[in-house]
Design a protein around this ligand. Structure first.
Ligand SMILES: [Zn+2]
Length: 226
């Protein structure tokens, strides 16, 4: 739908414009006998003449010479505005649905990754994050308390594979906490690993004949990382 056309009309030369024209509110006139009428004044259209009885929205244009107005059909303007609002609303809903669809897809994908790893990783594991000493999450861009951009894989059992040795509660990608300390999720509430290094290592460990898992006693609760 296109915006209504705007046309112009002109007051007879020398006639004083009505003060109504200078009000900031919406000025509604009507077409009568081929003229645009506002209150007691009538303006002669300079081009297009709408049919008599058409309500028009008027705004004041400056001269030159005579007082000129611009006008457009009130019905067309209202129809256009309504269409525009509906269009915005439709687009807003579409974008919202698209956002929800993406969130849903991402969550299905995360569940798929976790389920797949649960099936294939031959030791108990969970996810965890590194926290910088200031309390700021690693790579978190300070965007919110629960935003965690990097989920590492933490083993929940002591494992060895060639030169790689990890104790329970340690991350696969690094044992060096540096300026950070780790937070390890509950096993039942693990997230989806997003650390590329951890993912690479876990794939190397799966099905690796050199992997040795030192099973923890089931009754002994896993202690906190040293
Ligand atoms: Zn990692």
């Amino acid at each position: 739908m296109k915006e209504p056309d705007e046309h112009t009309a002109c007051l007879r030369a020398g006639e004083m414009p009505t003060p109504q024209l200078f009000h900031s509110g919406k000025k509604i006139g009507i077409v009568e006998n081929g003229k645009v009428v506002l209150g007691s004044q009538s303006f002669r259209p300079e081009g297009h003449v709408p049919p008599d009885g058409t309500e028009v929205i008027i705004r004041l244009l400056n001269g030159p010479g005579a007082v000129r107005i611009a006008f457009e059909s009130k019905a067309e303007r209202e129809a256009y505005d309504a269409w525009l609002n509906a269009e915005w609303e439709r687009r807003r809903r579409e974008e919202q649905a698209e956002r929800e669809r993406r969130i849903e897809e991402a969550s299905i994908e995360r569940e798929r990754i976790v389920a797949d790893l649960n099936e294939r990783v031959p030791f108990r594991w969970t996810t965890g994050i590194r926290v910088v000493l200031s309390g700021v999450l690693e790579h978190s861009h300070l965007t919110g308390t629960n935003r965690r951009s990097v989920n590492h894989i933490a083993t929940l059992e002591d494992i060895e594979c060639g030169r790689l040795r990890r104790k329970a509660q340690e991350f696969l990608c690094s044992t060096d906490p540096g300026r950070m300390w780790g937070h390890v999720d509950d096993e039942e509430r693990k997230g989806c690993p997003t650390c590329p290094k951890c993912m690479e290592i876990v794939e190397r460990l799966i099905m690796n004949p050199k992997l040795v898992v030192h099973r923890k006693d089931e009754d002994e609760p896993a202690g906190p990382a040293p």
